[in-house]
Ligand binder design. Structure first.
Ligand code: ADP
Length: 483
């Protein structure tokens, strides 16, 4: 892996605590999912070391909070610049440990870096408020202050951006940050620390604690009084566990949890645009994103035409090692991910679904899987309630608006939703009726640092991105002064 990098020193395997790269208690292996070989042995940080990292972060935060917004913005800008200057190397590291095609990995680095840029700029605009007093001699001022130490737990599907989305607003607000990356993808997190160090982010303000002991680290984060904010991206199941644990210290939580995104194609849609949007939305990252379309609803009049166009387009796409050229689908992250896709396919076919493309693992072996399309999908099939997180596109048929809105909302989740239509009153009505935090209208891609990303219902709490995103890392203090 080192030989592929322009700057081999970016491939760091130690933890970053208090401004130092340190060993853990032993190491754990990081595997390339495309080739199955071990590419690094990474410091396995113990719970006691995490407690130490939190103490260092706590001390550093007090100083960091005194910096002006502009001072914080300046070093964050350097950090952003270094990410972009090293975009190719960061992309290669990301693909090697996670599997997504290199073009997507580089795209993620640009996307991830944008949160550092955006929130650095936002550091200058953390405005308070004055409120006219309730008595003649009273003056009321509202201050926004950093919440303190923020700790993050993040998944493997966006090893860079899931961390920067949290660290960007946290650091901009004046918080210190302790990141525990997914054990599958620690290298992309540690390289952020290498660049933070080079950018001049002060020691202790940004820490990375790779560890194979997820639940131990989660407990330390929740039980340690110095941590005032837990920010998590992952499954709803683990989110529930962490919220229960965080109750004891009444810790503020942001939760970006599971989704089960509907993607609706109405009969007045531009079908070619809808096919293009569906491919981006369903198959990006091999279906392994929490905003990927999980259920594609197509109105009866255009159902067959849409299915055929989608099949013809996806058939031309290539499965393979993401480090090679011209690859659209890398491997799935692990064997369990493959099993889940197979279970969803078996369940659907047993209930009358029809596989019109793919349906089986790729001949490349390993965790490569063929992109799959199933027609005749119905609400009793597993993917109607459960996120597949893989390259499986089930096509459901519907007759009218009310019916499809009811089906789309029939889930405990409420993260992203999408629909294609042209009739303006339909567009408004459907956009308002979908019980989701995000609605893509005539587009399959909705992620950007300038908009508030987040879910309703059991998809989570809080928003990431936009000027709203920084609020999750700020406390309000109200000063009542008699004059
Ligand atoms: P995913 O399927 O995306 O991996 P998970 O919710 O299982 O979603 O995992 C998200 C992150 O949470 C991962 O980094 C994982 O190691 C971590 N994790 C899993 N279980 C726990 C736990 N009990 N406490 C803290 N972190 C956990």
């Amino acid at each position: 892996l080192k030989s592929l990098l322009k700057d081999p020193s970016l491939l760091e395997t130690r933890a970053y605590i208090g401004g130092q790269f340190v060993d853990g208690q032993g190491t754990f292996d990081v595997t390339n999912p495309a080739r199955g070989d071990v590419i690094a042995q990474v410091a396995d940080v113990s719970r006691a070391q995490v407690a130490g990292a939190i103490a260092q972060a706590d001390a550093a935060q007090k100083e960091w909070a005194k910096w002006t917004g502009k001072e914080r913005a300046n070093v964050m800008r350097k950090w952003f610049d270094l990410m972009m200057e090293n975009q190719d190397d960061l992309g290669i590291i990301l693909t090697a440990e996670m599997g997504k095609p290199l073009a997507e990995a580089k795209g993620e680095i640009g996307y991830g870096a944008s949160f550092i840029e955006f929130f650095g700029e936002e550091a200058k605009r953390i405005y308070g408020e004055t409120i006219p007093g309730h008595q003649r001699d009273k003056r009321i001022t509202v201050l926004k202050q950093p919440i303190g130490v923020a700790a993050s737990i993040t998944p493997w599907n966006f090893p860079n951006a899931m961390i920067t989305r949290k660290a960007g607003p946290a650091l901009a607000a004046g918080c210190a940050f302790v990141a525990r990356p997914a054990a599958e993808t620690p290298l992309s997190a540690i390289v952020l620390a290498v660049l933070a160090d080079r950018a001049g982010i002060p020691a202790g303000v940004f820490n990375v604690v790779p560890s194979s002991r997820a639940s131990d680290i989660g407990q330390e984060f929740c039980e340690n009084d110095a941590v005032r904010k837990l920010t998590f991206t992952g499954s709803t199941e683990v989110g529930r566990i962490l919220m229960r644990q965080a109750a004891d210290t009444v810790m503020k939580c942001s939760m970006e949890l599971g989704g089960n995104a509907p993607f609706i194609v109405f009969d007045d849609a531009d079908l070619d645009a809808a096919v293009e949007g569906a491919i981006l939305c369903k198959f990006r990252n091999n279906g392994q994103t929490c905003v990927c379309a999980n259920r594609i609803y197509v109105q009866a009049g255009v159902y067959d035409a849409f299915a055929e166009k989608l099949r013809a387009a996806v058939e031309k796409m290539n499965v393979g090692d993401g480090l090679n050229d011209g690859i659209h689908f890398g491997p799935l992250i692990n064997a369990e991910a493959v099993e889940k896709v197979q279970e969803h396919i078996a369940d659907a076919t047993a209930k009358g679904g029809n596989v019109i493309l793919g349906g089986t693992p790729s001949e490349l072996g390993g965790t490569f899987f063929q992109p799959t399309i199933i027609t005749g999908a119905t609400q009793d099939m597993a993917f109607a309630t459960d996120e597949t997180f893989g390259p499986l596109a089930p096509l459901f048929k519907f007759e009218n608006e009310d019916e499809v809105i009811a089906m789309a909302n029939d889930t405990i989740f409420g993260l992203a939703s999408y629909f294609y239509a042209k009739d303006l009153s339909r567009v408004y009505k459907v956009a308002e009726a979908l019980e989701y935090g995000i609605v893509g209208v005539n587009t399959g891609i909705i992620s950007t640092e300038v908009a508030p990303f987040g879910g309703v219902k059991q998809s989570g709490l809080g928003r990431e991105g936009s000027h709203h995103g920084i609020e999750d890392y700020l406390e309000m203090k109200y000063i009542c002064m008699a004059v």
